[in-house]
Design a protein around this ligand. Sequence first.
Ligand SMILES: Nc1ncnc2c1ncn2[C@@H]1O[C@H](COP(=O)(O)OP(=O)(O)OP(=O)(O)O)[C@@H](O)[C@H]1O
Ligand SMILES: [Mg+2]
Length: 302
Amino acid sequence: MIEAKSITRFFSVVNEKGLAEGLTAVLNVSLTIPDGRIVSLLGPSGCGKSTFLEILAGLQAPTDGTIHIDGKLVLEPLPATRKEQIAYQRRYRFISPLANGVFRDHPKHDIAMIFQDYAVFPWMTAMQNIVFALRLRGAGKRGAARPRRGDLEEKALFFLGKAGLAGFANKYPSQLSGGMRQRLALARALSVEPKIILMDEPFAAVDALTREKLQDDLLRLWSESGADKRLTIVLVTHDVQEAVYLSDEVVVFSPSPGTIRNIVPVDVPRPRARTGERLIEIQERILAMFQYDINQESEYSI
Ligand SMILES: Nc1ncnc2c1ncn2[C@@H]1O[C@H](COP(=O)(O)OP(=O)(O)OP(=O)(O)O)[C@@H](O)[C@H]1O
Ligand SMILES: [Mg+2]
C-alpha cells in the first residue's frame, strides 16, 4: 500500500528579473493507494504530476509530508533550518540520501519507474536495456551471487516476448517504432518484477491507435501479474479517456499550486468497453470539472 500524507514540494526559482522566487509545485497532497490498483494522476501541464510521482519513487524528497510504502518511509523531507540540517547530517553523515551507498545497496521498495522522456537507453539494444536493468537490480542485493549472463538474457527474452517484442531483441531503440519503444520500456520495468510501477505519461508520444493498443497491453500485463500478487500501477496522464479506461481511481489535480481537486472512482468491471455508457459518463464528469476551473479562472482574470 502506498500512503502519501500531506505532501508539499516547494522549489526556489529565479524569475525573469533575476530575483529568487518560491514556487509550490505540489501542495498538501494526501493519497492512499491499496495494493493491486491502477490509479491515474490526471491534470493540466505543470500541475505537479511528475514531481509528485518522483516523490512517490523516492527520487525527490518532499519539502513537507511523508510517503510510506508498505509501512516503510520512502524519503523524509529535507532539512529546512540550520538546526534540522545539523541533526540530519549527524544522522546520515551526508547531505543527499540518494548519493549514499547505504540507500543504493538496500533498495527498500520494489518500484520500477517509466519516465516521461528517454524511457530507454538509445545506445543499448532492446535485450541490453533489460539485462542492464536486471543487473542493476541484482547488484543492489548484498551477498547475492553474480547472475549468469545467459540467465539474464533468457529472462530478458521472456519479458520481451510478453511485450510482443520477441523478434526485436537485437534492435536498437532508434530502429523500433514509438509504440515498440514504449513497450520496451514496459518490458524493462516488468523484468525486475516490481510490486509497483510508476509511469509518467508512457503513451503520450504515440498515435491514437497505437495508444489504445498499448493501453490494452498494459491491462493484459497487469492482469497476468496474478490476483494474489497483482501489480500496483500509478500512471500520470493528460488524457481523460485514457485515465478513465485504465484506472480504478482517477485523481484529478488542479494547477498552481498542484493539489488534489477530486478523486473519482471508476466502478466499472473489466474488461471495459471504451464507449460504455458509464465510462463516458465519468469522462464527462471529469471534463466538466476542468471546464468549471477554466471558467472560474477567466472570471477572476477579467
Ligand atoms: N527542479 C525544479 N526546479 C524548479 N521548478 C520545478 C522543478 N521541477 C518542476 N518544477 C516546477 O514545478 C511545477 C510542476 O512541474 P511538473 O513537472 O511536476 O508538472 P507536470 O504536471 O508533470 O507537467 P507536464 O504535464 O507538463 O509534464 C512546474 O511549474 C515546474 O516548472
Ligand atoms: Mg510531467
